[in-house]
Design a binder for this molecule. Structure first.
Ligand code: NAD
Length: 476
Protein backbone atom coordinates (compact mmCIF):
# COMPACT_ATOMS: atom_id res chain seq x y z
CA UNK A 1 0.00 0.00 0.00
CA UNK A 2 1.28 3.47 -0.89
CA UNK A 3 1.61 5.78 2.14
CA UNK A 4 0.86 9.45 2.77
CA UNK A 5 3.76 11.88 3.14
CA UNK A 6 3.58 13.96 6.31
CA UNK A 7 6.52 15.96 7.70
CA UNK A 8 8.98 14.03 5.55
CA UNK A 9 7.77 10.65 6.82
CA UNK A 10 5.91 8.11 4.73
CA UNK A 11 2.86 7.10 6.70
CA UNK A 12 0.71 4.07 5.90
CA UNK A 13 -2.87 4.12 7.19
CA UNK A 14 -4.92 1.17 8.45
CA UNK A 15 -6.97 0.94 5.27
CA UNK A 16 -6.56 2.07 1.70
CA UNK A 17 -8.47 2.56 -1.54
CA UNK A 18 -7.56 0.69 -4.72
CA UNK A 19 -6.62 2.67 -7.83
CA UNK A 20 -8.52 1.03 -10.71
CA UNK A 21 -7.66 1.21 -14.41
CA UNK A 22 -10.67 2.59 -16.36
CA UNK A 23 -9.54 0.65 -19.47
CA UNK A 24 -9.70 -2.62 -17.55
CA UNK A 25 -11.42 -2.69 -14.20
CA UNK A 26 -9.71 -6.00 -13.30
CA UNK A 27 -6.39 -4.11 -13.23
CA UNK A 28 -5.68 -2.63 -9.78
CA UNK A 29 -2.71 -0.29 -10.07
CA UNK A 30 -2.03 -0.05 -6.34
CA UNK A 31 -3.77 0.65 -3.04
CA UNK A 32 -3.40 4.12 -1.53
CA UNK A 33 -3.52 5.10 2.15
CA UNK A 34 -6.37 7.37 3.15
CA UNK A 35 -5.99 10.35 5.45
CA UNK A 36 -8.62 11.54 7.85
CA UNK A 37 -9.02 14.92 9.49
CA UNK A 38 -6.19 14.16 11.96
CA UNK A 39 -3.62 13.30 9.30
CA UNK A 40 -4.63 16.33 7.26
CA UNK A 41 -4.17 18.62 10.26
CA UNK A 42 -0.79 17.00 10.99
CA UNK A 43 0.28 17.72 7.41
CA UNK A 44 -0.84 21.35 7.73
CA UNK A 45 1.03 21.72 11.04
CA UNK A 46 4.16 20.26 9.43
CA UNK A 47 3.89 22.72 6.53
CA UNK A 48 3.33 25.66 8.90
CA UNK A 49 6.35 24.65 11.00
CA UNK A 50 8.60 24.21 7.96
CA UNK A 51 7.62 27.55 6.42
CA UNK A 52 9.92 29.84 8.37
CA UNK A 53 13.12 28.06 7.30
CA UNK A 54 12.04 27.16 3.76
CA UNK A 55 10.88 30.69 2.97
CA UNK A 56 14.40 31.91 3.77
CA UNK A 57 16.33 29.29 1.79
CA UNK A 58 18.58 30.47 -0.98
CA UNK A 59 16.88 30.52 -4.37
CA UNK A 60 19.74 28.27 -5.49
CA UNK A 61 18.49 25.53 -3.13
CA UNK A 62 14.98 25.79 -4.50
CA UNK A 63 16.29 25.91 -8.07
CA UNK A 64 18.35 22.75 -7.53
CA UNK A 65 15.50 20.77 -5.96
CA UNK A 66 13.02 21.72 -8.70
CA UNK A 67 15.62 20.95 -11.39
CA UNK A 68 16.25 17.51 -9.93
CA UNK A 69 12.52 16.78 -9.94
CA UNK A 70 12.27 17.96 -13.54
CA UNK A 71 15.14 15.70 -14.58
CA UNK A 72 13.73 12.67 -12.78
CA UNK A 73 10.24 13.09 -14.26
CA UNK A 74 11.67 13.63 -17.74
CA UNK A 75 13.99 10.64 -17.55
CA UNK A 76 11.09 8.40 -16.42
CA UNK A 77 8.49 9.87 -18.79
CA UNK A 78 7.57 6.58 -20.49
CA UNK A 79 7.07 4.74 -17.21
CA UNK A 80 5.18 7.64 -15.55
CA UNK A 81 3.17 8.25 -18.74
CA UNK A 82 2.08 4.62 -18.65
CA UNK A 83 1.02 4.94 -15.01
CA UNK A 84 -0.93 8.08 -15.93
CA UNK A 85 -2.70 6.29 -18.79
CA UNK A 86 -3.49 3.36 -16.53
CA UNK A 87 -5.03 5.47 -13.81
CA UNK A 88 -6.78 8.18 -15.86
CA UNK A 89 -7.38 6.52 -19.21
CA UNK A 90 -5.84 8.96 -21.67
CA UNK A 91 -3.88 7.18 -24.37
CA UNK A 92 -0.20 6.42 -23.86
CA UNK A 93 1.14 9.16 -26.16
CA UNK A 94 -1.01 11.70 -24.30
CA UNK A 95 0.14 10.27 -20.95
CA UNK A 96 3.80 10.64 -21.96
CA UNK A 97 3.19 14.14 -23.37
CA UNK A 98 1.52 15.24 -20.13
CA UNK A 99 4.40 13.82 -18.11
CA UNK A 100 6.89 15.67 -20.30
CA UNK A 101 4.91 18.84 -19.70
CA UNK A 102 5.09 18.30 -15.93
CA UNK A 103 8.89 18.01 -16.21
CA UNK A 104 8.99 21.21 -18.29
CA UNK A 105 6.92 23.03 -15.68
CA UNK A 106 9.32 22.01 -12.89
CA UNK A 107 12.22 23.08 -15.08
CA UNK A 108 10.56 26.45 -15.84
CA UNK A 109 9.97 27.22 -12.16
CA UNK A 110 13.48 26.06 -11.26
CA UNK A 111 14.57 28.97 -13.46
CA UNK A 112 11.98 31.34 -12.01
CA UNK A 113 13.41 30.75 -8.52
CA UNK A 114 16.52 32.62 -9.69
CA UNK A 115 14.54 35.46 -11.25
CA UNK A 116 12.50 36.74 -8.31
CA UNK A 117 12.90 40.47 -8.56
CA UNK A 118 11.56 43.62 -6.97
CA UNK A 119 11.36 47.32 -7.73
CA UNK A 120 12.93 50.43 -6.34
CA UNK A 121 10.99 53.66 -6.74
CA UNK A 122 11.72 57.25 -5.89
CA UNK A 123 9.67 58.35 -2.91
CA UNK A 124 7.67 61.58 -2.96
CA UNK A 125 9.60 62.41 0.23
CA UNK A 126 13.16 63.68 -0.29
CA UNK A 127 15.86 61.13 0.50
CA UNK A 128 13.44 58.32 1.25
CA UNK A 129 13.79 55.09 -0.72
CA UNK A 130 10.92 52.77 -1.55
CA UNK A 131 11.52 49.05 -2.17
CA UNK A 132 8.84 46.73 -3.47
CA UNK A 133 9.60 43.06 -2.86
CA UNK A 134 7.77 39.77 -3.15
CA UNK A 135 7.45 37.25 -0.35
CA UNK A 136 5.88 33.79 -0.13
CA UNK A 137 2.32 33.55 1.14
CA UNK A 138 2.79 30.71 3.64
CA UNK A 139 1.11 27.29 3.68
CA UNK A 140 -0.53 26.62 0.33
CA UNK A 141 -3.29 24.01 0.11
CA UNK A 142 -3.44 22.36 -3.31
CA UNK A 143 -6.63 20.57 -4.40
CA UNK A 144 -6.66 19.04 -7.88
CA UNK A 145 -9.04 17.21 -10.26
CA UNK A 146 -8.51 13.85 -11.93
CA UNK A 147 -8.24 14.83 -15.59
CA UNK A 148 -4.59 16.00 -15.67
CA UNK A 149 -3.10 13.81 -12.92
CA UNK A 150 0.48 15.08 -13.25
CA UNK A 151 0.37 18.40 -15.12
CA UNK A 152 -2.07 20.19 -12.81
CA UNK A 153 -0.31 19.10 -9.60
CA UNK A 154 2.99 20.15 -11.23
CA UNK A 155 1.73 23.60 -12.24
CA UNK A 156 0.64 24.26 -8.66
CA UNK A 157 3.43 22.53 -6.67
CA UNK A 158 6.35 23.90 -8.69
CA UNK A 159 5.49 27.63 -8.36
CA UNK A 160 4.40 27.18 -4.73
CA UNK A 161 7.83 25.78 -3.79
CA UNK A 162 9.72 28.04 -6.19
CA UNK A 163 8.54 31.19 -4.39
CA UNK A 164 9.21 29.77 -0.90
CA UNK A 165 5.80 28.46 0.20
CA UNK A 166 5.19 25.13 1.88
CA UNK A 167 2.55 22.75 0.55
CA UNK A 168 -0.20 20.37 1.55
CA UNK A 169 -1.42 18.57 -1.54
CA UNK A 170 -4.67 16.63 -1.98
CA UNK A 171 -5.09 15.01 -5.40
CA UNK A 172 -8.40 13.73 -6.77
CA UNK A 173 -9.45 10.36 -5.42
CA UNK A 174 -9.31 8.67 -8.86
CA UNK A 175 -5.66 9.50 -9.64
CA UNK A 176 -3.41 9.15 -6.59
CA UNK A 177 -0.51 7.59 -8.54
CA UNK A 178 0.97 10.59 -10.33
CA UNK A 179 1.03 12.77 -7.22
CA UNK A 180 2.81 10.00 -5.41
CA UNK A 181 5.46 10.00 -8.14
CA UNK A 182 5.97 13.75 -7.65
CA UNK A 183 6.15 13.32 -3.86
CA UNK A 184 8.77 10.59 -4.22
CA UNK A 185 10.79 12.69 -6.68
CA UNK A 186 10.66 15.69 -4.32
CA UNK A 187 11.87 13.52 -1.44
CA UNK A 188 14.73 12.17 -3.54
CA UNK A 189 15.55 15.71 -4.67
CA UNK A 190 16.11 16.71 -1.05
CA UNK A 191 13.06 18.77 -0.15
CA UNK A 192 13.22 19.35 3.63
CA UNK A 193 10.73 17.63 5.95
CA UNK A 194 7.34 19.34 6.10
CA UNK A 195 7.88 21.52 3.01
CA UNK A 196 5.81 19.21 0.84
CA UNK A 197 3.07 16.99 2.29
CA UNK A 198 0.76 14.63 0.44
CA UNK A 199 -2.61 13.50 1.78
CA UNK A 200 -5.13 11.27 0.06
CA UNK A 201 -8.81 10.97 0.75
CA UNK A 202 -12.30 12.13 -0.17
CA UNK A 203 -12.85 15.80 -0.86
CA UNK A 204 -15.61 15.87 1.71
CA UNK A 205 -13.17 14.81 4.47
CA UNK A 206 -9.57 15.65 3.53
CA UNK A 207 -10.39 18.59 1.22
CA UNK A 208 -12.86 19.94 3.72
CA UNK A 209 -10.32 19.59 6.56
CA UNK A 210 -7.93 21.75 4.51
CA UNK A 211 -10.66 24.35 3.99
CA UNK A 212 -11.52 24.35 7.70
CA UNK A 213 -7.95 24.75 9.00
CA UNK A 214 -7.04 28.41 9.60
CA UNK A 215 -3.31 27.66 9.26
CA UNK A 216 -3.73 27.24 5.50
CA UNK A 217 -2.82 30.67 4.10
CA UNK A 218 -3.86 30.13 0.49
CA UNK A 219 -5.73 27.56 -1.57
CA UNK A 220 -5.22 26.84 -5.22
CA UNK A 221 -8.03 24.68 -6.54
CA UNK A 222 -8.92 23.16 -9.90
CA UNK A 223 -12.16 21.24 -10.28
CA UNK A 224 -15.86 21.66 -10.77
CA UNK A 225 -17.75 24.87 -10.26
CA UNK A 226 -19.82 23.36 -7.42
CA UNK A 227 -16.72 22.46 -5.39
CA UNK A 228 -15.10 25.77 -6.35
CA UNK A 229 -17.95 27.61 -4.66
CA UNK A 230 -17.37 25.70 -1.42
CA UNK A 231 -13.68 26.49 -1.60
CA UNK A 232 -14.46 30.17 -2.19
CA UNK A 233 -16.88 30.35 0.73
CA UNK A 234 -14.32 28.86 3.10
CA UNK A 235 -11.56 31.14 1.83
CA UNK A 236 -13.72 34.22 2.40
CA UNK A 237 -14.57 32.96 5.87
CA UNK A 238 -10.88 32.57 6.74
CA UNK A 239 -9.89 35.66 4.69
CA UNK A 240 -7.26 33.64 2.83
CA UNK A 241 -5.97 33.96 -0.70
CA UNK A 242 -7.59 31.73 -3.33
CA UNK A 243 -7.18 30.76 -6.94
CA UNK A 244 -9.95 28.73 -8.58
CA UNK A 245 -9.93 27.08 -12.02
CA UNK A 246 -13.28 25.53 -12.84
CA UNK A 247 -15.43 24.38 -15.71
CA UNK A 248 -15.81 25.32 -19.34
CA UNK A 249 -18.32 25.07 -22.17
CA UNK A 250 -15.84 26.11 -24.79
CA UNK A 251 -17.06 27.27 -28.20
CA UNK A 252 -15.30 26.56 -31.48
CA UNK A 253 -16.64 28.90 -34.17
CA UNK A 254 -16.32 27.63 -37.75
CA UNK A 255 -16.88 30.25 -40.44
CA UNK A 256 -17.79 29.74 -44.10
CA UNK A 257 -14.29 30.70 -45.21
CA UNK A 258 -12.53 28.19 -42.92
CA UNK A 259 -10.19 25.59 -44.35
CA UNK A 260 -12.45 22.56 -43.93
CA UNK A 261 -9.63 20.15 -43.04
CA UNK A 262 -8.23 22.52 -40.41
CA UNK A 263 -11.71 23.07 -38.93
CA UNK A 264 -12.46 19.34 -38.75
CA UNK A 265 -9.06 18.61 -37.19
CA UNK A 266 -9.61 21.36 -34.61
CA UNK A 267 -13.08 20.05 -33.77
CA UNK A 268 -12.10 16.37 -33.52
CA UNK A 269 -8.97 17.07 -31.51
CA UNK A 270 -10.59 19.71 -29.29
CA UNK A 271 -13.79 17.80 -28.63
CA UNK A 272 -12.70 14.17 -28.37
CA UNK A 273 -8.97 13.77 -27.69
CA UNK A 274 -8.23 12.86 -24.09
CA UNK A 275 -11.78 11.44 -24.23
CA UNK A 276 -13.14 15.01 -24.16
CA UNK A 277 -12.19 15.15 -20.49
CA UNK A 278 -10.43 18.50 -20.69
CA UNK A 279 -11.70 21.72 -19.16
CA UNK A 280 -10.73 23.39 -22.45
CA UNK A 281 -12.52 20.80 -24.67
CA UNK A 282 -14.56 22.21 -27.58
CA UNK A 283 -18.03 21.23 -26.52
CA UNK A 284 -20.03 23.79 -28.56
CA UNK A 285 -19.28 23.77 -32.30
CA UNK A 286 -20.87 26.94 -33.69
CA UNK A 287 -20.93 26.69 -37.45
CA UNK A 288 -22.12 29.20 -40.07
CA UNK A 289 -24.69 28.26 -42.73
CA UNK A 290 -22.42 28.00 -45.78
CA UNK A 291 -20.07 25.36 -44.36
CA UNK A 292 -22.39 23.69 -41.84
CA UNK A 293 -23.43 20.58 -43.77
CA UNK A 294 -19.97 19.91 -45.25
CA UNK A 295 -18.40 20.36 -41.81
CA UNK A 296 -20.83 17.98 -40.09
CA UNK A 297 -20.42 15.34 -42.83
CA UNK A 298 -16.63 15.53 -42.62
CA UNK A 299 -16.67 15.34 -38.81
CA UNK A 300 -18.93 12.28 -38.86
CA UNK A 301 -16.71 10.57 -41.43
CA UNK A 302 -13.63 11.29 -39.33
CA UNK A 303 -15.35 10.15 -36.14
CA UNK A 304 -16.35 6.85 -37.71
CA UNK A 305 -12.65 6.10 -38.18
CA UNK A 306 -11.64 6.87 -34.61
CA UNK A 307 -10.31 3.92 -32.69
CA UNK A 308 -11.78 3.78 -29.19
CA UNK A 309 -10.31 1.34 -26.71
CA UNK A 310 -7.76 0.41 -24.07
CA UNK A 311 -5.55 3.42 -23.38
CA UNK A 312 -2.34 1.38 -23.60
CA UNK A 313 -3.07 -0.33 -26.92
CA UNK A 314 -1.00 1.19 -29.64
CA UNK A 315 -3.80 1.80 -32.17
CA UNK A 316 -6.14 3.46 -29.68
CA UNK A 317 -6.93 7.12 -30.36
CA UNK A 318 -9.62 7.64 -27.73
CA UNK A 319 -9.31 5.98 -24.32
CA UNK A 320 -12.04 5.21 -21.81
CA UNK A 321 -14.17 7.57 -19.76
CA UNK A 322 -12.59 7.86 -16.31
CA UNK A 323 -15.17 5.84 -14.35
CA UNK A 324 -18.72 4.60 -14.21
CA UNK A 325 -20.07 7.74 -12.53
CA UNK A 326 -18.69 9.93 -15.33
CA UNK A 327 -19.97 7.50 -17.97
CA UNK A 328 -23.48 7.69 -16.46
CA UNK A 329 -23.24 11.48 -16.52
CA UNK A 330 -22.20 11.47 -20.21
CA UNK A 331 -25.06 9.13 -21.12
CA UNK A 332 -27.56 11.22 -19.17
CA UNK A 333 -26.58 14.37 -21.08
CA UNK A 334 -26.76 12.56 -24.42
CA UNK A 335 -30.26 11.40 -23.51
CA UNK A 336 -31.34 14.89 -22.44
CA UNK A 337 -29.97 16.38 -25.69
CA UNK A 338 -31.94 13.83 -27.69
CA UNK A 339 -35.14 14.49 -25.73
CA UNK A 340 -34.75 18.26 -26.15
CA UNK A 341 -34.63 17.90 -29.94
CA UNK A 342 -30.96 17.34 -30.73
CA UNK A 343 -30.09 14.92 -33.52
CA UNK A 344 -27.65 12.16 -32.54
CA UNK A 345 -25.47 12.17 -35.68
CA UNK A 346 -22.63 9.99 -34.46
CA UNK A 347 -21.72 7.86 -31.45
CA UNK A 348 -23.72 7.92 -28.25
CA UNK A 349 -23.24 4.23 -27.56
CA UNK A 350 -21.09 2.33 -25.08
CA UNK A 351 -18.66 -0.03 -26.77
CA UNK A 352 -17.96 -3.47 -25.38
CA UNK A 353 -14.29 -4.28 -25.73
CA UNK A 354 -12.01 -7.16 -24.80
CA UNK A 355 -11.42 -5.59 -21.41
CA UNK A 356 -14.01 -4.29 -18.96
CA UNK A 357 -13.59 -0.54 -19.36
CA UNK A 358 -15.81 2.50 -19.79
CA UNK A 359 -15.69 2.99 -23.55
CA UNK A 360 -18.01 5.58 -25.02
CA UNK A 361 -17.99 6.26 -28.75
CA UNK A 362 -17.32 9.97 -29.44
CA UNK A 363 -20.68 11.61 -29.82
CA UNK A 364 -21.87 14.42 -32.07
CA UNK A 365 -25.28 15.99 -31.58
CA UNK A 366 -26.48 18.33 -34.33
CA UNK A 367 -29.46 20.70 -34.71
CA UNK A 368 -29.05 22.01 -31.20
CA UNK A 369 -29.97 25.51 -30.07
CA UNK A 370 -27.97 27.68 -27.68
CA UNK A 371 -30.34 27.33 -24.72
CA UNK A 372 -30.60 23.53 -24.75
CA UNK A 373 -29.16 21.81 -21.66
CA UNK A 374 -26.39 20.25 -23.76
CA UNK A 375 -25.17 23.77 -24.57
CA UNK A 376 -25.52 25.17 -21.06
CA UNK A 377 -23.97 22.51 -18.80
CA UNK A 378 -20.51 20.94 -18.82
CA UNK A 379 -20.65 17.24 -19.76
CA UNK A 380 -16.92 16.52 -19.39
CA UNK A 381 -16.87 13.61 -21.81
CA UNK A 382 -16.43 12.86 -25.53
CA UNK A 383 -19.62 14.68 -26.44
CA UNK A 384 -19.94 17.77 -28.65
CA UNK A 385 -22.95 19.59 -30.03
CA UNK A 386 -23.36 21.64 -33.19
CA UNK A 387 -25.18 24.99 -33.26
CA UNK A 388 -26.00 26.55 -36.63
CA UNK A 389 -25.35 30.31 -36.93
CA UNK A 390 -26.45 32.70 -39.71
CA UNK A 391 -23.17 34.60 -39.83
CA UNK A 392 -20.05 35.61 -37.87
CA UNK A 393 -21.87 38.14 -35.73
CA UNK A 394 -24.43 35.60 -34.57
CA UNK A 395 -21.71 32.98 -34.00
CA UNK A 396 -19.78 35.43 -31.82
CA UNK A 397 -22.90 36.30 -29.81
CA UNK A 398 -23.71 32.63 -29.23
CA UNK A 399 -20.12 31.84 -28.27
CA UNK A 400 -20.10 34.64 -25.67
CA UNK A 401 -23.56 33.94 -24.30
CA UNK A 402 -22.43 31.63 -21.51
CA UNK A 403 -21.55 31.76 -17.82
CA UNK A 404 -18.22 30.06 -18.55
CA UNK A 405 -15.33 31.74 -20.36
CA UNK A 406 -12.32 29.45 -20.29
CA UNK A 407 -11.21 28.93 -23.88
CA UNK A 408 -12.70 29.82 -27.29
CA UNK A 409 -11.60 29.11 -30.84
CA UNK A 410 -12.32 30.26 -34.34
CA UNK A 411 -11.54 28.65 -37.70
CA UNK A 412 -11.36 31.22 -40.47
CA UNK A 413 -8.98 32.42 -43.16
CA UNK A 414 -10.05 36.00 -42.63
CA UNK A 415 -7.68 38.24 -40.71
CA UNK A 416 -10.58 40.62 -40.11
CA UNK A 417 -12.71 38.01 -38.31
CA UNK A 418 -9.75 36.43 -36.50
CA UNK A 419 -8.69 39.82 -35.14
CA UNK A 420 -12.23 40.80 -34.22
CA UNK A 421 -12.73 37.46 -32.43
CA UNK A 422 -9.52 37.84 -30.43
CA UNK A 423 -10.71 41.26 -29.25
CA UNK A 424 -14.36 40.42 -28.64
CA UNK A 425 -14.49 36.83 -27.46
CA UNK A 426 -15.11 36.86 -23.73
CA UNK A 427 -12.93 33.82 -22.95
CA UNK A 428 -9.57 33.87 -21.16
CA UNK A 429 -7.76 31.95 -23.90
CA UNK A 430 -8.38 32.39 -27.63
CA UNK A 431 -7.31 29.99 -30.36
CA UNK A 432 -7.28 30.87 -34.06
CA UNK A 433 -7.21 27.83 -36.36
CA UNK A 434 -6.17 25.71 -33.39
CA UNK A 435 -8.11 23.38 -31.09
CA UNK A 436 -9.53 25.08 -27.98
CA UNK A 437 -7.57 22.57 -25.87
CA UNK A 438 -3.79 22.37 -25.83
CA UNK A 439 -1.77 25.18 -24.28
CA UNK A 440 1.87 26.09 -23.71
CA UNK A 441 3.30 25.72 -20.22
CA UNK A 442 5.21 29.02 -20.04
CA UNK A 443 2.33 31.46 -20.57
CA UNK A 444 -0.70 32.31 -18.42
CA UNK A 445 -3.60 29.88 -18.22
CA UNK A 446 -7.09 30.73 -17.04
CA UNK A 447 -10.54 31.93 -17.92
CA UNK A 448 -13.10 34.63 -17.34
CA UNK A 449 -16.59 34.70 -15.80
CA UNK A 450 -17.41 31.57 -13.79
CA UNK A 451 -14.55 29.50 -15.20
CA UNK A 452 -11.87 31.08 -13.05
CA UNK A 453 -11.47 33.19 -9.96
CA UNK A 454 -8.27 34.88 -8.85
CA UNK A 455 -5.02 35.44 -10.66
CA UNK A 456 -3.70 33.37 -13.54
CA UNK A 457 -1.82 30.11 -13.28
CA UNK A 458 1.40 29.18 -15.09
CA UNK A 459 4.25 31.07 -16.64
CA UNK A 460 5.69 34.13 -14.96
CA UNK A 461 2.13 35.26 -14.06
CA UNK A 462 1.99 32.52 -11.40
CA UNK A 463 3.99 34.82 -9.12
CA UNK A 464 0.84 36.88 -8.51
CA UNK A 465 -0.83 34.10 -6.55
CA UNK A 466 2.15 32.46 -4.91
CA UNK A 467 3.68 35.64 -3.50
CA UNK A 468 2.52 38.73 -1.68
CA UNK A 469 3.92 42.20 -2.19
CA UNK A 470 5.77 44.14 0.52
CA UNK A 471 6.53 47.87 0.28
CA UNK A 472 9.44 49.12 2.45
CA UNK A 473 10.40 52.77 3.07
CA UNK A 474 13.91 53.77 4.20
CA UNK A 475 14.79 57.23 5.47
CA UNK A 476 18.33 58.52 4.80
P1 NAD B 1 -14.38 18.03 -8.39
O1 NAD B 1 -14.80 19.42 -8.09
O2 NAD B 1 -15.34 16.94 -8.14
O3 NAD B 1 -13.09 17.67 -7.53
C1 NAD B 1 -11.93 18.46 -7.58
C2 NAD B 1 -11.15 18.27 -6.28
O4 NAD B 1 -11.91 18.84 -5.22
C3 NAD B 1 -10.92 16.82 -5.91
O5 NAD B 1 -9.62 16.66 -5.37
C4 NAD B 1 -11.98 16.56 -4.86
O6 NAD B 1 -11.65 15.55 -3.95
C5 NAD B 1 -11.98 17.92 -4.15
N1 NAD B 1 -13.17 18.18 -3.34
C6 NAD B 1 -14.43 17.68 -3.51
N2 NAD B 1 -15.25 18.12 -2.52
C7 NAD B 1 -14.50 18.94 -1.73
C8 NAD B 1 -14.77 19.70 -0.56
N3 NAD B 1 -15.96 19.71 0.03
N4 NAD B 1 -13.78 20.42 -0.04
C9 NAD B 1 -12.55 20.45 -0.61
N5 NAD B 1 -12.23 19.72 -1.70
C10 NAD B 1 -13.18 18.97 -2.26
O7 NAD B 1 -13.85 18.03 -9.89
P2 NAD B 1 -13.37 16.77 -10.77
O8 NAD B 1 -14.56 15.94 -11.11
O9 NAD B 1 -12.22 16.10 -10.09
O10 NAD B 1 -12.80 17.50 -12.06
C11 NAD B 1 -13.58 17.87 -13.15
C12 NAD B 1 -13.81 19.36 -13.16
O11 NAD B 1 -12.57 20.05 -13.13
C13 NAD B 1 -14.52 19.85 -14.41
O12 NAD B 1 -15.51 20.78 -14.06
C14 NAD B 1 -13.40 20.54 -15.19
O13 NAD B 1 -13.83 21.54 -16.08
C15 NAD B 1 -12.58 21.10 -14.09
N6 NAD B 1 -11.23 21.41 -14.54
C16 NAD B 1 -10.91 22.73 -14.73
C17 NAD B 1 -9.65 23.07 -15.18
C18 NAD B 1 -9.26 24.51 -15.36
O14 NAD B 1 -8.07 24.80 -15.36
N7 NAD B 1 -10.20 25.43 -15.50
C19 NAD B 1 -8.71 22.08 -15.46
C20 NAD B 1 -9.09 20.75 -15.27
C21 NAD B 1 -10.35 20.42 -14.82
Amino acid sequence: MKPLLINGIWKETASGIPNINPSDTTDTIDVYSQAGVNETNQAILAAATAFSEWSHTSPQVRHDILSRVAREIFSRKEEIGELLSREEGKILSEGIAETTRAAQIFSFFAGEALRISGEKLASIRPGVEVDITREPVGVVGIITPWNFPIAIPAWKIAPALCYGNTVVMKPAELVPGCSWVIAEALQRAGVPAGVFNLVYGPGSIVGQAMLDNPSVDAITFTGSQATGKRVAESCVKHMRKMQLEMGGKNPLVVLDDADLDVAVDCAINGAFYSTGQRCTASSRLIVTEGIHDRFVEACVEHMNGLNVGHALHKDTQIGPVVDEVQLDQDMRYIDIAHKEGGNLRSGGDVISAATSGFFLRPTLITDTTPMMTINREEVFGPVASVIRARNYEEALDVSNDHEFGLSAGICTQSLKYASHFKRNSQAGMIMVNLPTAGVDYHVPFGGTKKSSYGSREQGSYAIEFFTQVKTSYTAP
